[in-house]
Design a protein around this ligand. Structure first.
Ligand code: 13P
Length: 287
């Protein structure tokens, strides 16, 4: 059964570890992440971008696939199905479709509009027992064609959004989606510390988990980060494993072409990546 991410993230914030959000794109990715979470006895959040939702034939298909897979695979660890960087309309669609958690990314709106839209969604989510992630200060890099400028959030604005009753908050602290540039300045821990103080223990979210050095991840967790998003690293691991398999000519062996065999090395690579991240984030055996 899908659960809201509220309990798992409150426990993580209190216990000073973080739950990973791993983005899904198809059946194989979903299965790899769910099985790894179960093997690691770790809570997990499956992230779905609006683009990935479209690719997988809509949010209802995704919710049905994930729920059935949890059942069929005998997954007992807490699993939240979460819209990643949702628009206002996308969030409403996911609430209807059976997601257990949504993110409304209003960071590109003026703060007043971010507040008013987030406020409406707080009410919708509360009615259905769904967790809600809000965002202040865009995360740098590109996410499904949306480009952010690597902003640093204003702690006072973070407090305004936190006070609306959101379940957790993503704040830009210099983090970037994808691969970090050579001249990246690192995370702004001063900003994170201020946001943590002002938002009174609300679980904080770190996007762009792929390229952040391990010591920065650990420091961020010590300052209130309880959810870390990882997407690019799984994509890179999947692509590298598939490329190696194809370049070795293994997809050409035997009679005919078996897509299940072609996808198997990438599946294993995602499992390995997710396990490494769960160990780093400290969520192993926290289910
Ligand atoms: P990465 O692709 O950098 O891991 O970031 C993922 C993310 O933050 C999704 O919201």
């Amino acid at each position: 059964m899908l659960v809201s991410a509220k309990d798992m993230l409150q426990k993580a914030a209190a216990g000073k570890y973080a739950v990973g959000q791993f983005n899904i794109n198809n059946l194989e990715w979903t299965k790899a992440i769910l099985l790894t979470a179960q093997e690691c006895n770790s809570p997990v959040i499956l992230g779905v971008s609006e683009g990935a939702g479209k690719y997988m034939c809509g949010y209802k298909t995704v919710a049905a696939m994930v729920s059935a897979m949890i059942d069929q695979l005998g997954i007992t660890v807490p699993v939240a199905l979460h819209l990643d960087h949702g628009s206002y309309e996308g969030a409403l669609k996911c609430i209807e479709a059976g997601f257990s958690s949504v993110m409304f990314d209003g960071s590109h709106y003026p703060i007043e509009e971010n507040i008013s839209k987030t406020k409406e969604l707080v009410a919708c989510c509360a009615e259905k027992g769904i967790s809600l992630e809000a965002e202040v200060g865009a995360i740098g890099g590109e996410e499904d064609g949306v480009v952010g400028g690597g902003e640093i959030a204003d702690p006072a604005e973070c407090k305004m959004i936190a006070d609306l009753g959101v379940t957790f908050l993503a704040a830009g602290i210099g983090n970037i989606h994808g691969v970090y540039p050579e001249n990246w300045k690192g995370l702004s821990f001063d900003t994170l510390e201020k946001i943590h103080e002002l938002t009174g223990g609300l679980p904080l979210v770190l996007h762009g988990g792929t390229g952040i050095p391990d010591d920065m991840i650990k420091k961020a967790i010590s300052l209130g980060v309880a959810k870390i998003n990882v997407n690019t690293e799984c994509q890179l691991a999947f692509a590298a494993a598939t490329r190696k398999y194809v370049e070795a000519g293994k997809d050409q062996q035997g009679k005919g072409f078996d897509p299940r065999k072609l996808l198997a090395p990438g599946f294993e690579a995602i499992k390995e990546t997710v396990k490494t991240k769960m160990e780093l984030f400290g969520s192993v055996n926290k289910a």
